[in-house]
Design a protein around this ligand. Structure first.
Ligand code: AQP
Length: 330
């Protein structure tokens, strides 16, 4: 049976890119593979980007990310769900991987280049991020990794690290593959400037109040060719058209696509129709999140139990890796 692993950073409020690109897939695969699906709030990754990290908020954001995933349908009774820093084997395995990963490979990672150029001084941890990510996955010998398209390059590097380790120290790790969510490979940000990202501040949060979402959608850019209400537009070149495909039912999508092409509906009405779909999808999630926030002890207990379950798998794998690399056993 496949073993699934994925992680999400507690660097800010989870957004619809995280939700459609990754979190929904966690739930789907969790239903299919039960305790062979392992999901993690990757809090050790958070401090690698000083622009998106505040030590005073890390614990609260970790809990909030756990709440968001549970509210979105992740069932900790069925899957393994925990916070990365509670399983110390992640960093130990990452250290072993640093010695077989060429720095040049890390320097060509797109996400590293994007983030490093916004910093005055680049922490080594930012460069090492994909090495820790490889350890996160391979610590559970996972072969299936549900992620958004932006992570495919990192998963490719994980495969290379597994290959190298197996070659140098003896067969041990599978070469995992990325599983991408159909139609949600790279959700654009509400500013129309590329990928939706927590650190770019161009997000629609899944736990964000609906009136705040509307305040962001109302001024959001649409097809630039549609200067006047009477100009026909191309919904395939419009952010709102993309979002309709995620949130709206088929008749609504057909109505707004046709209405846009014939100038039959204006952009504000199109956005109002989108709000109907957003409200339908997010309201139950936000209601469940409110219940979970009211019971933080329960969420902590879930993470504690998840860390226990994760360590039961991680500890023997780490032991095997130590032996293969040749450390003295006491
Ligand atoms: N815009 C997106 N479209 C589709 N999938 C996305 N993911 C993120 N943004 C989009 C997927 O969500 C999962 C968790 O992401 P993460 O928070 O761990 O890291 P990230 O990719 O770096 O997400 P952000 O929002 O862009 O965070 P920051 O700004 O902190 O870097 C991943 O599977 C990711 O592919």
């Amino acid at each position: 049976m496949p073993r699934v692993f994925s992680g999400i950073q507690p660097t800010g409020d989870p957004h619809i890119g995280n939700y459609f690109g990754a979190m929904k897939n966690y739930v789907r695969l969790g239903e299919e593979y039960g305790k062979n699906s392992i999901y993690c709030v990757v809090d050790l990754h958070a401090p690698t980007n000083p622009n998106a990290y505040d030590p005073r908020q890390l614990a609260a954001r970790t809990l909030e990310m756990a709440v968001a995933n549970m509210a979105a349908g992740l069932d900790p009774e069925k899957v393994i769900f925990f916070a990365q820093s509670h399983v110390p084997e992640h960093t130990e395995l990452a250290w072993l991987f640093t010695v077989i990963t060429p720095v040049g490979e890390l320097e060509r990672m797109t996400q590293y280049k994007d983030k490093a150029q916004k910093l005055e001084s680049t922490p080594a941890g930012l460069l090492m991020y994909p090495v820790l990510q490889a350890a996160d996955i391979l610590l559970y010998k996972a072969d299936t990794v549900p992620v958004g398209e932006d992570q495919v390059q990192h998963i490719e590097l994980t495969r290379e690290i597994a290959r190298k380790f197996n070659h140098q120290f003896g067969e041990m790790f599978p070469e995992p593959r990325a599983v991408l969510a159909k139609d949600a490979l790279r959700i654009p940000g509400v500013d129309g400037q590329g990928k939706m990202s927590k650190s770019k501040g161009n997000t629609i949060g899944i736990l964000e109040p609906l009136d705040s979402i509307w305040q962001k959608l109302r001024p959001a850019p649409t097809d630039p060719a549609r200067v006047r209400r009477t100009d026909p537009g191309d919904p395939d070149k419009c952010l709102i058209g993309d979002y309709h495909k995620l949130f709206s039912d088929l008749p609504t999508i057909e109505t707004v696509y046709e209405g846009c092409r014939t100038a039959g509906i204006g952009c504000v009405d199109c956005k109002k129709m989108l709000m109907v779909g957003i409200t339908r999808e997010l309201t139950p999630i936000q209601e469940r999140a409110a219940e979970l926030r009211a019971d933080p002890v329960r969420v902590r207990d879930v993470l504690a139990q998840g860390a226990k379950e994760a360590r039961q798998i991680a500890a023997p794998v780490m032991e095997e890796a130590r032996e293969k690399v040749g450390f003295l056993k006491l």
